[in-house]
Design a binder for this molecule. Structure first.
Ligand code: HAM
Length: 418
């Protein structure tokens, strides 16, 4: 039988997994320094959750969801994103009524049935932030600044921060009406999807990949030109605060997000080093989502970034992230075996990364393995030295050696290695 992984769903193997570990540690530390705590929600949710929040005219909901019936005939979906899940959880547990400000982060797999290519997968992973209960534009700027600082920690180059505003329920309908007015006379040139979108959600035309629709969208007026006074002030303040943080950005009037729940601030960070799938992360404000899911009226803003795309950007430095092996114990014969067996456990329990040989292969091949694992030191326990009460401690880089008394081994190694 030749069973393979599902198309677009990848194993993460060595050495890539080292970059994943590094990324996860750095991201968690960064988010926690900003005061966020972790939330975990199930990977599977009722289908209605995404249909109602992500939007029933979006590509995610119409084409990309992994939806299936369980044995009870309930329609379930593998989560395509996490924001709706976080809000569902907070509403379900009534958390916002008691603690109206929530600062949460997550890390985990998401699923979208997209055409796989470099940087785009069917199972991918996101790290993300959701802030609930804060309406101030300062938090929008803080989040964008925080994400850019995170990417600076990863030493990413060639990033582009795009910012726009999608307005609110006061100004967006005016804009929407304008779009319908302009597009209706030429409805027939639009693709069949956009003809439906025009009726249900004309802003989605901006998200269409069809070349003709793209041409049409390129000359349409932009939401930014229709913002009401409060949305304008909010947008200006986000910009001012980004300038204060020295976070570079460009206003991109045609920025579209593939999800419907946004209002006011939207942003995306792309990389010039990624090719077609260049969005490293993105997010925005979603002030109506909590009430849509039955919770108290709560402003909210967040973002998510793609782990796989981040890993692609640090792949050239992958060897840096390989865990460092401190000590490889070489056993040329069976004289040091029992001592080494217990010593390795003691050192490991003290946090020293130690490998030892169980294969009984030649000393030469054990030394080769120590080199391959990039051990900093080796300890040769056997031969005539062990009969004289010594083990040989060798610095693998300088190739210098010293004898250490067997009685002092544990203390001396801990002193040198921990
Ligand atoms: P999104 O823009 O759909 O936003 O996804 C965020 C990031 O996930 C993208 O910028 C990209 O790096 C990564 N990503 C998306 N799809 C794929 C894929 N098929 N393969 C690999 N990576 C992918 C959201 O998901 C929102 N929930 C973000 C948010 C949080 N907005 C407010 N709060």
């Amino acid at each position: 039988m030749n069973i393979k992984s599902i198309k677009g769903m990848n194993d993460v193997l060595e050495p890539e997994i080292f970059a994943w570990r590094h990324a996860e540690t750095l991201i968690r530390m960064h988010f926690e320094a900003y005061g966020y705590t972790e939330i975990k929600t199930p990977i599977v949710e009722p289908t209605a959750l995404f249909a109602r929040t992500v939007g029933d005219t979006t590509d995610i909901v119409t084409k990309e969801m992994y939806t299936f019936k369980d044995r009870n005939d309930d329609s379930l979906t593998l989560r395509p994103e996490e924001t709706a899940c976080v809000v569902r959880s907070l509403v379900e547990h009534n958390i916002l009524n008691n603690e109206p400000v929530q600062k949460l982060y997550y890390w985990g797999p998401m699923f979208r049935y997209e055409r796989p290519q470099k940087g785009r997968y069917r199972q991918f992973h996101q790290y993300g932030i959701e802030v609930l209960g804060i309406a101030s534009p300062k938090i929008d700027a803080e989040l964008i600044g925080m994400l850019v600082s995170l990417y600076e920690k990863f030493e990413l180059k060639g990033l582009n921060v795009k910012l726009a505003s999608l307005g609110c329920e006061a100004c967006r309908p005016v804009y929407r009406e304008q779009l319908v007015k302009i597009l209706t006379p030429s409805i027939n040139v639009l693709c069949p999807d956009c003809q439906i979108r025009l009726e249900k959600n004309p802003l989605r035309v901006f998200d269409c990949k069809n070349p003709t629709c793209k041409e049409v969208a390129a000359v349409l007026p932009c939401m930014l030109d229709f913002l009401c006074q409060p949305c304008h002030e909010h947008f200006d303040s986000v910009r001012d605060h980004l300038v204060r943080l020295k976070t570079p950005f460009v206003v991109d009037k045609r920025l579209v997000r593939g999800i419907d729940y946004y209002n006011r601030t939207v942003f995306e960070i792309s990389s010039s080093q990624l090719g077609a799938q260049d969005a490293v992360g993105g997010g925005g404000r979603y002030d109506k989502l909590v009430s849509l899911l039955g919770g108290p009226d709560t402003p909210a803003v967040g973002f998510a970034g793609g782990v796989e795309r981040l890993i692609l950007l640090i792949a050239d430095r992958i060897e840096q992230f390989r865990p460092k092996l401190k000590l490889f114990i070489v056993l040329p014969d069976d004289r040091g075996q029992d001592l080494a067996f217990v010593l390795a456990q003691k050192l490991r329990n003290s946090g020293v990364r130690v490998e030892l040989d169980y294969t009984g292969k030649s000393m030469k091949s054990q030394m080769k393995r120590a080199d391959k694992l990039k051990a900093q030191y080796s300890l040769i326990m056997g031969g005539s030295e062990i009969d004289q009460g010594f083990a040989v401690f060798r610095n693998m880089a300088t190739k210098t050696q010293e004898n250490i008394k067997l009685d002092d081994l544990e203390i001396e190694l801990l002193r040198r290695l921990s």
